[in-house]
Ligand binder design. Structure first.
Ligand SMILES: [Zn+2]
Ligand SMILES: [Zn+2]
Length: 304
């Protein structure tokens, strides 16, 4: 399997002189098997360039599969600009969490309402299909075996373990560490104190994530914050590279890819982060890479 990064930022796009090398587009990753099956994970603004590439490769109706972690803007905003959607006969299957999938048609339809976008979803030539996913309920899509994993993010988010070609990788974004937040968030006032039930639920969520990541070659992980930033924004629903290393170490993951970079981090800061965490990962025998727009990775064989 291969993974290609089309957008690596969180929150909002930041194209500009300070982000030329790592890129300014938001969350979107493409994965493909040797036999040519393709999955798209998240539909942030990076999806526009991916759509143009797919259109150039196959300017004919195709069936695309899009796994969404959740429906925050930085994970869906590229969808209306995905050029294959304007080829009649194209089919686009969108997979998302139950809570999101319930309203997904309205959510996507909402961002293409006539006040916001010239063409409403109903008028787009592609046929859209919406499928709900549930954490732990596995599904097969082409040559991929997909396992959704519950994550700790305001109003919920889901990660995916993706197996194919005898290898596996995981997409873990967006998530906070498993010490606070859960599904409630008071953006300005901070999180409510956790109840005993919340703590049990968070511990179970963390255990399930570690179990699902066991044996994967590569984990692409939300590492939006540096530790000092996290200390200031603990309830924003994102992790630090240190927290990702901790999870990968427990799960025996070979390679960690830092992802969902804070939009405020310039190329120079990203260089420092990349060098620092490459060295920290090496202490634990984990290869830590920092994703950038256009990066392609080959996923190694399943660990035994
Ligand atoms: Zn995000
Ligand atoms: Zn989010």
């Amino acid at each position: 399997m291969q993974i290609t990064f089309w957008g690596v930022r969180g929150s909002y796009p930041v194209p500009g002189a300070a982000t030329v090398r790592y890129g300014g587009q938001t969350s979107c990753v493409e994965t493909s098997t040797a036999s040519g099956d393709t999955l798209i994970v998240d539909a942030g603004t990076g999806m526009r360039a991916l759509g143009n590439k797919l259109f150039r490769e196959a300017p004919a109706p195709e069936h695309y599969h899009v796994l969404l972690s959740h429906v925050h803007w930085d994970h869906i905003q590229g969808l209306p600009f995905f050029s294959p959607a304007y080829i009649p006969g194209t089919k686009i299957s969108v997979y998302a969490l139950l809570t999101a999938a319930d309203e997904l048609h309205q959510v996507i339809g909402g961002i293409t309402r006539h006040e916001f976008f010239p063409m409403p979803l109903e008028a787009v030539p592609a046929q859209f299909e919406f499928h709900q996913v549930e954490p732990g309920v596995e599904l097969d899509i082409g040559g991929f075996h997909v396992t959704p994993i519950a994550l700790n993010h305001p109003f919920g988010s889901v990660g995916y373990r993706i197996d194919g070609d005898g290898s596996s990788w995981a997409y873990v974004s967006d998530t906070a560490p498993f010490t606070e937040v859960l599904h409630k968030q008071h953006f300005l006032s901070g999180p409510e104190p956790l109840s005993a039930d919340d703590r049990v639920a968070l511990a179970a969520m963390r255990d399930a994530l570690v179990r699902r990541l066991a044996g994967v070659d590569t984990a692409v992980y939300d590492t939006h914050f540096l530790p000092d930033e996290y200390a200031r924004f603990p309830h924003y629903g994102h992790s630090t590279p240190d927290q990702a290393i901790e999870i990968c170490l427990e799960a025996g993951v070979r390679r960690l890819v830092l992802y969902h970079h804070a939009p405020t981090h310039s190329d120079e800061q990203m260089d420092r982060i990349a060098a620092e965490y490459l060295a920290r990962g090496a202490i634990h025998n984990i290869e830590v890479l920092t994703s950038f727009e256009g990066m392609t990775l080959e996923v190694g064989p399943e660990a035994t």
